[in-house]
Design a protein around this ligand. Structure first.
Ligand code: FES
Length: 75
């Protein structure tokens, strides 16, 4: 799906950047996200937040798993 119509930036590109910890600034620098009409900005921000929140949750799960392993090893 195209998120930024002015610059033909797809949701796939935005999600890929978000997974790599990059945000609107990098997308603007590389592709011109939100540099024309700006209509895409809110949607792009929401997508980035969602992807990074999911990654944060997974990292939290990995951390909790590591804590359980350490506790078992110390028991
Ligand atoms: S839709 Fe992205 S700048 Fe217009």
């Amino acid at each position: 799906m195209i998120v930024c119509i002015c610059n033909s930036i797809s949701s796939r590109v935005i999600e890929d950047y978000a997974r790599r910890g990059l945000g609107v600034d990098a997308l603007r620098a590389d592709f011109g996200l939100a540099s024309n009409c700006g209509q895409c900005l809110t949607h792009a921000l929401d997508m980035i937040d969602e992807v990074q929140a999911q990654q944060g949750a997974r990292q939290g799960e990995r951390y909790a798993g590591a804590q359980r392993i350490i506790a078992l090893a110390q028991a």
